[in-house]
Design a protein around this ligand. Structure first.
Ligand SMILES: Cc1cc2nc3c(=O)[nH]c(=O)nc-3n(C[C@H](O)[C@H](O)[C@H](O)COP(=O)(O)OP(=O)(O)OC[C@H]3O[C@@H](n4cnc5c(N)ncnc54)[C@H](O)[C@@H]3O)c2cc1C
Ligand code: FES
Length: 429
């Protein structure tokens, strides 16, 4: 046999092996998906409707601009005193519009700046309870300076904890956001990491209020039990509702705390020693067409969202939110952040009011990063497309969105914090 024929034979064998592996992978995904559809059909759910989020689209903002709210109550929610709830009642005492559980409020806070200067600091906070007739509730975690750095600790969160008292008035925009619990009876899995628990508690309470019999699972990841926010409430609702399964997942359990011992059950609450990960979900969740709602640190979202897709959960049944700048790559989505421009010339970004011009490249991040790096004065708040602070008029050219924003920018403007230039662009900044 000649060397050529031998080489061809080896190449053919390799190709055959690759085709077999690809085929097995596809077959596994297909079987998992068909199994979910089968379960849905057996439960009498319209299979085609599974692909849809069965909730009305969010209503337009309930009021324009900011409205004054008085702080009616402040409540520390965890043993370590890091999470504080604020009960906000409208100063005008007019009826309080409902919201969709999972949505957030935007606050403009008059935080005193260096040298006594004061300027509004805009931040978003998820509503942390079901809609109530007389007040909204948000729950805020103190944000420490990263590691041992000399950077200042979180501005708004410390201001709220340390300086905002009962009776103070805060300026609040109407509830908004596209991350909210769909209506209907489909079973739901809520996954909250750290302070990402706030929209989950709102969804949980909202669901128990509206559809008390709906199957609900809550996986709540924290380091240890002193960090668990609202433990008494979670225990109480788990005890009252057999259709609710609560798992507290402790990644750094403390030996001294009885509740932190290895996996066990305390009342109706299950304690798991470890992170919320796909292995845990696969082990505990029966095969059903769940809707998954995930909110937590970037690392959690970046690992869980693709892992859920790999497990066979269709994209439209995975809903997630990050509390800051985060790009979560879905398996199926095209790359969005920092997409390379090939050989195309770098778009030129002109800041008309500041009379500055910069050639953009992917390493510069968003248009907000670019503006701030070049001393262009622009407002910013959430840096996640949620608050609208960085909305800027486009004089000419086009931008592209790197992630879907929650704030609906006005026509002819863009949100700098989640945009990059598509063409040469001139901005009114
Ligand atoms: C839709 C949405 C919902 C949210 N819901 C909640 C919620 O329910 N509860 C909640 O607690 N939070 C929530 N957040 C987060 C919240 O909006 C704030 O981002 C958070 O409170 C931190 O704000 P801060 O002003 O305290 O911190 P910032 O002052 O913004 O600082 C944030 C971090 O950056 C560090 N830092 C400061 N200066 C610099 C610098 N120059 N360079 C680099 N790093 C620096 C700080 O030390 C700190 O670690 C939500 C965010 C969004 C977008
Ligand atoms: S900074 Fe909040 S939308 Fe851009």
């Amino acid at each position: 046999m000649s060397a050529f024929i031998l080489l061809m034979g080896i190449a053919a064998a390799l190709l055959l092996q690759l085709a077999v592996f690809a085929g097995i992978g596809f077959w596994r995904q297909w079987r998992a998906y068909q199994a979910l559809r089968g379960v849905a059909a057996a439960q009498g759910m319209p299979v085609d409707a599974l692909a849809e989020v069965d909730a009305p689209p969010p209503a337009p903002a309930a009021w324009a601009g900011y409205r004054n709210f008085r702080v009616a109550r402040k409540v520390l929610e965890d043993a370590s005193g890091q999470v504080c709830s604020f009960y906000l009642a409208p100063q005008d005492k007019a009826p309080l519009p409902a919201f969709l559980p999972g949505q957030f409020l935007t606050l403009a806070l008059d935080v005193p700046g260096p040298g006594g200067a004061s300027g509004p600091v805009v931040r978003c906070y998820s509503l942390s309870d079901a809609p109530q007739p007389a007040h909204y509730r948000i729950s805020v975690k103190r944000v420490a300076a990263p590691g041992s750095s000399a950077l200042a600790a979180g501005l708004a969160s410390h201001f709220l904890h340390d300086h905002v008292a009962v009776g103070d008035v805060l300026r609040v925009r109407a509830p908004g956001g596209h991350f909210y619990l769909g209506a209907g009876d489909a079973p739901v899995v809520l996954i909250g990491g750290g302070i990402g628990i706030t929209p989950m508690v709102s969804m949980l309470n909202g669901c128990l209020q509206q559809h008390a019999g709906r199957e609900l699972w809550l996986f709540y990841g924290v380091r240890h039990s002193d960090e668990v926010a609202m433990p008494a409430h979670l225990r109480a609702v788990a005890e009252q509702h057999p259709n609710l399964h609560v798992y507290l997942c402790l990644s750094e359990p403390q030996a001294k705390t009885a509740g932190d011992a290895a996996d066990h059950q305390s009342g109706a609450v299950h304690y798991h020693h470890g992170r919320v990960d796909i292995a845990l979900l696969r082990r505990l969740l029966p095969l059903k067409p769940y809707h998954f709602y995930v909110c937590g640190p970037t690392a959690m979202l970046q690992s869980l969202v693709p892992a859920l897709e790999d497990w066979g959960v269709p994209e439209e049944r995975i809903h997630f939110e990050a509390f800051g700048p985060a790009s979560i790559r879905r398996n199926t989505s095209a790359p969005t952040l920092h997409a390379g421009g090939g050989d195309a010339p770098a778009p030129m970004v002109r800041f008309a009011k500041s009379n500055k011009q910069v050639a953009w490249d992917a390493s510069m991040g968003t248009l907000l990063d670019l503006a701030q790096a070049h001393g262009v004065a622009v407002n910013s708040g959430c840096r996640a497309g949620s608050c609208g602070s960085c909305q800027t008029a486009i004089a000419s050219g086009e931008v592209r969105y790197l992630s879907t924003p929650d704030f609906d920018a006005e026509p002819g403007t863009c949100l700098l914090c989640v945009c990059a230039p598509r063409t040469d662009v001139t901005l009114e900044a």
